[in-house]
Design a protein around this ligand. Structure first.
Ligand SMILES: Cc1cc2nc3c(=O)[nH]c(=O)nc-3n(C[C@H](O)[C@H](O)[C@H](O)COP(=O)(O)O)c2cc1C
Ligand code: SF4
Length: 411
């Protein structure tokens, strides 16, 4: 079950989360066994495992569990909103391994002393969860009630405070987080919000322990991670050892020669472009990307082949991100459209990259949530990695007439 497939294209793929051959409870139990009885001791095991959140920020999970444990009537939320357009890993996980996510939710609840579990995900992926809950009831699982809530289909819907707002009956918009949601969350109760993949990983740690978890992955980033790989000859969602080397991911899983890669967007639309020439030595962990001022985020790896225009792609993304601003904070409401307009001017060959960098600095750290920061990071990395294209556009040339994208297929 834990073996790294050897040889050929799948050399870097690992099967843990996606190990069960089918989605039903019988296959899930035959593959993983039943979830053992969980107590607060699970928090120590999670601390020893080194598990970090898979929702983007990579925060140590044990610290979040400890912050909520012992609070009055805490609520535990599985966040499967996946508003990031280049990410499909949560949808694939919820569709292929709903029982593992539910086990993780129940285990986290037991560890922090909660009887109130919620899953928040887009309507399209709630159906497999509904079926999974019926199966569990039919075989007599005794577990807390698990409530399902449909997430809004927006980029911001999965941001933690937006999740709390939605589950408290308000619009799914981010809010100023003066007090942490671990103290004041849904309905004013202590609330633990974890990404669905984080919870699935936690379900495996509850069964197999921290040493097993650490037997795969990098020292600073143990375990496996799900990635959404696109722009390669073969695209889809893959489970890899954390710390997998990027050239291996691109070639071994994506079937694309790294020499043909112009750039890679890691960490999604709030992430960082890295140049194709920087691929050797880059790996999918915080440490493996630090020298490039990038981070794996929620596991998005979008490849831009030579011949596609990085400026055009970034302009489209920036325009989308500007349109997704919740419009509540001035620097975000006004700054992001300005960034988008100025980036569009670069594509038209008339923009000024220094002015763009100045606006990016102005919006950073000035929102109630990290939406402006993520957008500024993307823009700044594009200005660096596609600097030669800025010059080319000024002279009326572009490496591509129209960016083309490959189709997606799951592993
Ligand atoms: C703009 C924005 C959008 C986000 N969208 C998601 C999302 O769709 N799913 C998710 O799990 N986390 C998302 N996050 C991160 C959450 O705020 C939160 O950190 C995460 O759910 C915590 O889970 P983890 O500790 O398991 O990583 C988003 C953050 C930001 C700033
Ligand atoms: S920073 Fe932007 S997206 Fe975040 S809360 Fe403020 S207006 Fe909304």
């Amino acid at each position: 079950m834990t073996g790294v497939e050897s040889g050929g294209r799948r050399a870097v793929a690992v099967r843990r989360l996606l190990a069960a051959p089918t989605v039903d409870l019988a296959a899930h139990e035959a593959t993983h066994g039943r979830l053992p009885i969980v107590t607060r001791k699970l928090i120590d095991a999670v601390a020893a495992s080194g598990l970090r959140g898979r929702g983007g920020a990579g925060f140590p999970v044990a610290r979040k569990l400890a912050a909520v444990a012992g609070g009055r009537r805490p609520i535990v939320v599985a966040n499967g909103a996946e508003g990031e357009p280049d990410s499909r890993k949560d949808a694939v996980l919820l569709t292929r391994a709903p029982h593992l996510v539910l086990d993780g939710l129940v285990a986290a609840a037991a560890a922090v002393g909660s009887r109130d579990c919620r899953v928040y995900a887009s309507e399209a992926v709630l159906e497999p969860l509904r079926r999974a809950l019926v199966e569990r009831r039919m075989v007599g699982y005794r577990e807390p009630a698990i409530e399902l809530t449909a997430a809004a289909e927006t980029f911001l819907a999965g941001e933690k405070s937006a999740v709390v707002n939605r589950l408290s009956g308000r619009a799914a918009l981010p809010a100023d987080q003066v007090v942490s949601t671990s103290r004041l969350g849904v309905g004013g109760r202590p609330t633990l919000v974890h990404n669905v993949e984080t919870l699935a990983q936690l379900a495996l740690i509850a069964r197999h322990g921290p040493s097993w978890f650490r037997s795969v992955g990098a020292g600073d980033e143990p375990g496996t991670m799900l990635i959404s790989l696109s722009g390669t000859r073969i695209a889809g969602v893959f489970e890899v050892a954390a710390g997998a080397e990027l050239p291996e991911v691109v070639a071994g899983l994506g079937g694309t020669d790294p020499a043909r890669v112009r750039a890679v967007l890691v960490g999604g639309w709030h992430g960082t472009w890295i140049s194709g020439s920087a691929l050797p030595g880059a790996a999918l962990s915080a440490q493996g990307l630090r020298h490039l001022r990038a981070a794996p985020g929620a596991g998005v790896v979008r490849v831009l082949p030579h011949g596609e225009c990085g400026l055009g792609v970034t302009a489209e993304i920036t325009a989308y991100l500007a349109a997704q601003s919740a419009g509540q904070c001035g620097p975000c409401r006004h700054g992001l459209p300005t960034l988008a307009t100025r980036f569009g001017q670069l594509v038209d060959g008339v923009g000024d990259p220094a002015e763009l960098a100045r606006v990016a600095r102005l919006v950073e750290g000035r929102g109630a949530c990290h939406h402006p920061d993520g957008t500024a990071r993307l823009v700044r990395s594009a200005l660096e990695v596609f600097a030669d294209e800025v010059a080319r556009h000024r002279h009326g040339h572009c490496v591509a007439a129209a960016p083309a994208r490959t189709g997606d297929c799951d592993e």
